[in-house]
Structures are given as structure tokens and as C-alpha cells.
Write a protein that binds this ligand. Sequence first.
Ligand SMILES: [Zn+2]
Ligand SMILES: [Zn+2]
Length: 252
Amino acid sequence: MIQICAIASGSNGNCYYIGNNSDAVLVDAGISRRQIIKRMKLMKLDIRKVKAAFITHEHADHMRGVRVLSDQHSIPIYFTKPTFKRARPADRPKNVEFFSPGDSVQIGEFTIHSFSKIHDAIDPVSFRVTINGKNIGILTDIGKPCNNVNEHLAGCDVAFLETNYDENLLWNGPYPYHLKTRVASDVGHLSNRQAAELVANIDSSKLKHIFLSHISADNNRIDFAMEAFNGLKKEINIIPTSRYEASVVLEI
Ligand SMILES: [Zn+2]
Ligand SMILES: [Zn+2]
């Protein structure tokens, strides 16, 4: 059995869990170690199973808990070299492994495929994790879809997919103008509409579950994100995530 959970998801902190009976990997650790452990315990997920964590890019909402988590639980952290160099020195763990975008890394029965994506970071990547013939994509912080994102998402059974903002809420919301344009730009984030279009534009016949991920507190509402996927809902199980607590643990 594979267990899949968003320990935290939102524009202020991201941490995603994929595990089987003996091992697990995390993608990003953008909330404190204490919060990660607390939330995992509540969901009956064991930190001792976590054999590695993979980092998508250097933004704080993906990095905040990395060093302490790694130091206290002896977890190796996988970075691209530019991302490691760009991370704040205080966030850099000692136990580091490097990969290049396009590499695949084997951790127990898990194969973690990395690929470049478009986002305003030094070397942004996303991941597709293969285990027991199933594929789980972690696709957040995407300015606009590219071939890599399209191809990897089409291979997924389960995806954490960014639905960062509702376009009306963003443009009529509290952000200063330069931030609004950054979020909506080609190197910012995917809106609800863009995410739903992305799924509609690929062969999604394998895709059974989507976690609506990296939702903005100021510029989105979970019901708006759900609504954007209405047309697809019959075939695909749409699962909400939260910045405040772990999502349900999906078992496949
Ligand atoms: Zn982010
Ligand atoms: Zn980011």
C-alpha cells in the first residue's frame, strides 16, 4: 500500500509525504520540524520511515524546516547545486546529496524523477515519484505549463497540483500591484483556471486523484478551486489540502 499526504500545503508552507510499509520520502519541508512531526503523528505517519527529502526550490515556503528536520532525524536532503547555493545559509543542512534536473534517484522502492519547470527561482524542479508501478506528481510553483509538466502529469495516477489563486480574488484583493503581476506572471503560480485547463489539455486517463495544492490565503478559496474542477470531477477524485493541518492520507 502507498500512503500519500500533504503535511502542509499553501503559499506559506509546503511539505508532501509519499510512503509505503517500510520507507517514505518527503518533498519540501517548508514548515517547522515541530509542526511536521506533530502533523505526521496525528495522521499516524512515522518520521523514522522517511529516508530522504527532495527540495523543489529555495523559496522559504519550501525550505523553512529543512535544516532542523535533517539534523535531528538524520535525513539526507536532495538539492540541485544552484538551489543549495541560493538557499539561506541558516537553512542549509549538513547531510546533503546533489542531483541535476532530469536525474532519477532511487530510494528503496521509490524512484524520484526530477524535471525543470518555469518559476522565479534559481533552478526550480518538480518531481514524479514512481513506486509499485504507480506515479505520484508534485507539481506546485509553476508559472505556466511546459512540456515537462504536461508529460509528467500525464503519467501520474495521483498529483499534488497547484491551484494558487482565483483570478478575480487576486486582481481585486489586497496584494500590491507588483505582487499581483508577479503571481499571475509566467514565472509565478498557476491559477485555478490554469490548473483545470492543464488537466483538460493532457491525456489524463491515468489520473485518478488530484490534491488541490499551494492555495493562497489571500487570493483563493478552497470552494473556488474545487469549482474550477467541476467538469472533471466525475472521473477524478479532487482532494483539498490545508496550510493549517495535514490533508487526508490517500491510500492506493
Ligand atoms: Zn511556494
Ligand atoms: Zn516558489
